[in-house]
Ligand binder design. Structure first.
Ligand code: ADP
Ligand code: MG
Length: 627
């Protein structure tokens, strides 16, 4: 509990104790009134002030207004009828505040659970100075500095390990508890915790551009994107509260006036009391609070599982996913290519790999990374100039003064070179040196261990259609798709063709069925943006993916798509339960109140009770079952 909540709790306790004492005191008249006003004001002064401010600014019809009118009205009735029964007004205020406190606490709690992720926020970076470590604000660390991360410390900034090896706990980022081993030369991502060895890291980014900052921004802004259900609730509240106030007014005036007309006594006090009860019952707090809280908890639960959802609207959309479109390389396959063979080389094989690796030195494409790995030596970036990456094609660059083209058949034809076709299974990287065809490298990729399971799981969870898009050649695409059980495959697509395909699929489906595109963010950012839900996987490190995607899976596991859908469905179930439950109970109480069967006590109990149950239900969305 924070300070504000503690103060509120004190006010509630003091006021409740005073109430109990007063119930034994035998006083009457003005003194009784004054004595009862003490606990009333202690617990409710802020509500009265807020209501007054609201009226002055013209924002009537909020919860404070309802509570103020109801309790002031009850006090006035007690004076008018000379009953001296002020207990009810105090109690209504008291329970209302208990409900508010509880809700405040619950919201804070789920916010904290989301911000458990904030645990990944590093407080300092160690910089070595004359053999001593100095704690520095991560914001002040320049790119290219050497930082030291000791066992037990968080990695503050993205970089490359220059010395040491260790295992990393990435569970705060990915939700996976298996430690990841890391050694010299590996990329390291901020937000993970160093467990065993001392690491020296050369920073590659500023703190503000590091993974950890990106994730924190994303999570902090998630709740600002509202879902349709949330918008519905706020629109509902705008119409509902004034309507209820008018209904209360009618209830207070019409029956007494009618009985006056037919010559009976008016019984103003009875009807005004019923109208006030009606107002208390009608307070829409359970709904107004529990719906956003459910989404909030859902987003929090997802992020604990390593799934970042950028807004409630995407959580809602995810629950209706009917078509899942996958990118191939890096998404369903590991994106780690092994070199199988080199054919028709006009120069030494090693030289071909060397030219290819150096030409690819600036690319983050999995093929580029794999060729660099196959080369195995340090890459002197100075040897490559005029590098151009052709998305879905390959690379054109000049290396050591030779112009090198390295990519697929399409790229070769585009530069006017006829490639020699290859009959081996695998992805073929053709090489041309100084405008002469110089051979091709046959590389192949492996499926991720969970890909087949992920496709099957989606099917059994009611996804109608799975699709794979790839820039790779037809043969490779077909073989991957048939191994995984993918329904439809489109191959040899340029990034722009992928957008067209997704648009085609979008227009072919039912309007309320959602299409999710799952990609790795490397050259498929436009598609991520175009789909109903863009899911980037393995996005740690790929900035473009984090920007373009709506949902970010923190590790490479395609099975997480299923998990994201499950989480979203659970969250939506909870949202719907809460809407039905809260509105249902409200309607019943409203009818009972109007008929005179419910008094203000019941009203406030119903209100606070419904709210507490709805909030507890909402919190359930935080908890995610293991798959
Ligand atoms: P995917 O759709 O499978 O993710 P991409 O669209 O990234 O594939 O690439 C499609 C094809 O373009 C690759 O199979 C490869 O032939 C070629 N290609 C793309 N980028 C490169 C690169 N950097 N080096 C060599 N070839 C590339
Ligand atoms: Mg790709």
């Amino acid at each position: 509990m924070n300070r504000k909540q503690k103060i509120m709790l004190m006010r509630i306790i003091i006021s409740a104790l005073l109430m109990i004492v007063l119930s034994f005191a035998d006083v009457a008249g003005a003194i009784r009134f004054i004595l009862y006003m003490i606990p009333y004001l202690i617990v409710g002064y802020d509500i009265l002030l807020k209501a007054a401010k609201g009226i002055i600014r013209g924002h009537v019809f909020d919860e404070c207004f309802l509570m103020a009118i109801a309790t002031v009205g009850a006090v006035a009735l007690a004076i008018y009828s000379r009953s001296g029964d002020y207990t009810e007004a105090v109690a209504v205020m008291l329970f209302y505040q208990i409900g508010e406190l509880f809700q405040n606490y619950a919201v804070g709690k789920s916010r904290r659970n989301i911000t458990q992720l904030m645990d990944i926020r590093p407080d300092y970076a160690n910089i070595e100075h004359d053999g001593k470590l100095e704690k520095t604000d991560p914001d002040d660390v320049a790119v290219g500095s050497i930082i030291v991360v000791q066992p037990g410390e968080k990695v503050p900034i993205d970089g490359i390990v220059v010395q040491g090896s260790s295992s990393l706990d990435t569970s705060a980022l990915t939700g996976e508890s298996v430690p990841r081993n890391i050694k010299e030369g590996d990329e390291i991502i901020s937000g993970s915790v160093n467990m065993t060895g001392v690491l020296r890291i050369r920073t590659e980014k500023e703190f503000g551009d590091s993974t950890v900052s990106k994730i924190l921004d994303l999570v902090e802004n998630a709740s600002s994107r509202k879902s349709r259900s949330e918008n519905f609730i706020s629109r509902f509240a705008r119409v509902y509260t004034p309507a209820v106030c008018i209904a209360a007014l009618v209830l207070a005036l019409l029956p007494p006036a009618a009985s006056l007309i037919i010559g009976n006594p008016a019984r103003w006090d009875v009807w005004i009391y019923r109208a006030l009860t009606f107002l208390v019952i009608s307070c829409p707090c359970a709904l107004v609070i529990s719906i956003p809280l459910s989404f909030f908890a859902g987003i929090g639960g997802a992020s604990n599982a390593g799934i970042l959802v950028k807004g409630s609207n995407y959580l809602e959309a995810l629950s209706k996913t009917k078509v899942v479109v996958f990118d191939k390389t890096g998404t369903l396959t590991k994106g780690v290519f092994e070199v199988n063979a080199i054919h028709h080389g006009t120069i030494d094989d090693a030289k071909i790999i060397e030219y290819a690796a150096i030409a690819e030195c600036a690319s983050s494409h999995p093929i580029a990374k794999s060729l660099q790995r196959a080369y195995g030596k340090d890459i002197d970036r100075g040897r490559a100039e005029n590098i151009r990456e052709i998305s879905g094609g390959g690379i054109i660059a000049s290396v050591d003064g030779h112009s090198i083209a390295c990519g697929n058949e399409k790229l070769m034809r585009d530069i006017g070179i006829e490639p020699i076709p290859c009959h081996s299974a695998g992805t073929i990287i053709h090489i041309a040196i100084d405008g002469e065809y110089s051979g091709h490298i046959v590389i192949s990729d492996e499926l991720k261990p969970n890909s087949a399971k992920a496709v099957r799981a989606l099917k059994s969870a009611g996804v109608d259609k799975t699709v794979m898009l790839t820039g790779d050649v037809h043969t490779v695409a077909e073989s991957v798709a048939s191994q995984l059980g993918i329904d439809v495959v489109y191959s040899e697509l340029l990034p722009a063709d992928k957008v067209d395909k997704v648009e085609e699929l979008l227009s072919a489906k039912q309007p309320d069925a959602m299409l999710a595109f799952v990609g790795d963010g490397i050259n498929d950012a436009p598609v991520l943006g175009r789909a109903d839900i863009g899911i980037a996987m393995g996005a740690m490190g790929s900035d473009a993916a984090i920007e373009a995607a709506d949902v970010v899976l923190m590790d490479d596991d395609p099975l997480k798509v299923m998990k994201a859908i499950r989480i979203s469905r659970k969250c939506m179930r909870i949202v719907h339960q809460n809407i039905v439950f809260a509105i249902g109970i409200k309607l019943i109480c409203l009818v009972l109140g109007a008929l005179g069967f419910a008094d203000m006590w019941l009203a406030i109990f119903a209100d606070v009770g419904v709210m507490i149950i709805a909030v507890l239900n909402a919190i359930r969305a935080l908890f995610v079952k293991k798959l």
